[in-house]
Design a binder for this molecule. Structure first.
Ligand code: GRF
Length: 240
């Protein structure tokens, strides 16, 4: 990456983050004494996960504050939901590519998140692959939700893939984001049965209902330092 790509959310908000030595366990250590865990939510679509996370925050179920909502789609539902809830939100143009942000856009997204003091980047239906410069700026601090039990059915329309394959159970997965597509370390999963009368639409809706439970739960656990990562495995520590 060019030298100008120099924002650092760690420096900006004072993490005690360090890369874990190989083979040693790692966990997020939020600066909880300074208030709520600050997240930035990125989405391109209707925003049902944002709503679920916002309701868990507002209801006090999780000690989390949505510091910023960003979208690459100017009229996305996620921005309307953010506006309706009084959450800071912005449309940031993605540049000319269809499936990724261009370099200037990636920098703009990173800077906006760092300036908002975001400790965790939450992808909620953000339809663009994030490249290594962005990932390195937020190491171990980007999560995504995928509508299948990974590693099964990676990629688009995972619910349709599951239905067509004929599995009896599918679900959703929250994982850390790495350089692959839907390949990062798994943090949490929720199982959803496939019913005989399911269509892609009914199965998708049932998976999304599960997402709206799982995503706030995982974000709350990360905020409370309950998730320990060792290699590809994560362990949930009990609440303290
Ligand atoms: C979710 O179903 C998630 O699995 C996928 O994108 C969708 C976003 O939905 N990654 P919404 O915009 O949160 O309603």
């Amino acid at each position: 990456m060019p030298d100008s790509y120099a924002f650092s959310p760690r420096r900006a908000i004072g993490f005690d983050y360090q890369l874990p030595p190989a083979g040693r366990s790692f966990r997020i250590r939020p600066v909880t004494t300074r208030g709520k865990f600050r997240i930035g939510v990125l989405g391109s679509g209707k925003g049902s996960n944002l709503v679920a996370i916002a309701e868990a925050c507002a209801g006090g179920q999780i000690p989390v504050e949505i510091a910023l909502v960003l979208s690459d789609v100017p009229n996305a539902g996620i921005l309307s939901h953010a506006q309706a809830r009084g959450l800071p939100h912005r449309y940031l143009p993605p540049g000319p590519f269809r499936t990724k942000l261009d370099e200037a856009a990636e920098k703009a997204y990173g800077q906006a998140l760092a300036e908002a003091g975001v400790e965790l980047v939450v992808l909620a239906g953000f339809m663009r692959v994030l490249k290594s410069g962005f990932l390195k700026a937020f190491p171990h601090r980007i999560v995504n939700i995928h509508p299948s039990l990974l590693p099964a059915f990676q990629g688009l329309e995972a619910w349709r893939q599951a239905l067509e394959y004929g599995v009896k159970f599918t679900g959703c997965t929250v994982h850390f984001v790495d350089e692959g597509v839907d390949t990062g370390v798994i943090i949490g999963q929720q199982v959803v049965p496939v019913l005989d009368h399911d269509t892609p639409a009914t199965l998708h809706e049932r998976i999304q209902q599960a997402e709206r439970v799982l995503y706030p739960r995982v974000i709350g656990a990360l905020a409370q330092d309950q998730i320990v990562t060792q290699g590809r495995r994560t362990v949930w520590r009990p609440e303290v």
